[in-house]
Write a protein that binds this ligand. Sequence first.
Ligand SMILES: Cc1cc2nc3c(=O)[nH]c(=O)nc-3n(C[C@H](O)[C@H](O)[C@H](O)COP(=O)(O)OP(=O)(O)OC[C@H]3O[C@@H](n4cnc5c(N)ncnc54)[C@H](O)[C@@H]3O)c2cc1C
Length: 309
Amino acid sequence: MKIIDPSFQIQDVLDRKGFAARLEECGRICYKSEGLMDKDSALPFVRKIAAHGHNSVLEMAVASLQVQCGPAQTALLQVCQPKFLMIDQLDDGLLITGSIRSFRELYMRCPDNLLVHRCTAFLAGSHPYLFEGVWDAREAWEAEEGLAIRKLSIDEVEKLPASLLLRHRYVGVKFVVNRAVTHELVRHRPCSFLQESQRYCRYSQDKFDNQVTFIKPMFFAEDSEEYGLWVRAMAETEQIYLRLLETSTPQAARTVLPNSCKTEIVVYCNLEEWSHIFRLRTSPAAEPSMREIMIPLAKELRSRYPAMA
Ligand SMILES: Cc1cc2nc3c(=O)[nH]c(=O)nc-3n(C[C@H](O)[C@H](O)[C@H](O)COP(=O)(O)OP(=O)(O)OC[C@H]3O[C@@H](n4cnc5c(N)ncnc54)[C@H](O)[C@@H]3O)c2cc1C
């Protein structure tokens, strides 16, 4: 068995890659199949995922659209009650940020709404593979006077005034933590998540070095009796898990794995939600293993974005 410390990585390099690369790299965490990525793998991966309905992968990339439009069109959009989108009024229209999934599903619900139709046509025009089965290019309408759409780059989003920056800048963080911490992380509902799957991952395989990895608990000093007991429990559990895998599937064998098991999870949300998470998860009332990872992350993100509370 392997024992490692918890860690996190802010996905800022990934943010600057295209939609497909972001979706693939996050999606492959579930299967721990990052080793299969190459220059041609992203599009087939994303197509397959979308066709299979593994929908949360499509939440892992957002687009910020500056939509020039009038008050009548804005009012009509509100009638659709867009979900999971950040929408703010600008002088000459709207700033709309949403994930690929939220744009796809908004179109499926309100295909006849002018702004929804235009935003979908704009995104599907440059990324047709993201809207396969949802959007048909033949559905394009005549150009509408006074309506224009432009996608903001990450650099442009980063230069927005504080109130807009906090709502429209989405930041992904990949955590390597134990499963008790991820049980708590996934309670934060405005976030999107993708997590290493114990149903698909078989830790007896070579790519896992044929062993189970555990996160070192911060509760026990390494030379204490308690730490010794914990190591013994993990070693015995690993033995039983590997034995079960000889005759059972990973989803059956995982039933013996404990909270200390290492897992990877991507948490993706805007800076406003990160501020909320930090308020709850760095306070003295929070779980100590959560604080262990959240306090340094909060320090890092707040230094990058001083507008965060
Ligand atoms: C110290 C501590 C102890 C805890 N103990 C327990 C426990 O014993 N048992 C347990 O089950 N949970 C426990 N929790 C989890 C806690 O109750 C929350 O579910 C979790 O922290 C998510 O935070 P949140 O609900 O504030 O906001 P998030 O889910 O992060 O949502 C962010 C914001 O969105 C809004 N929002 C999202 N969804 C809704 C909604 N459906 N209705 C209205 N507003 C919404 C709210 O404004 C919210 O502030 C604990 C959390 C902490 C920090």
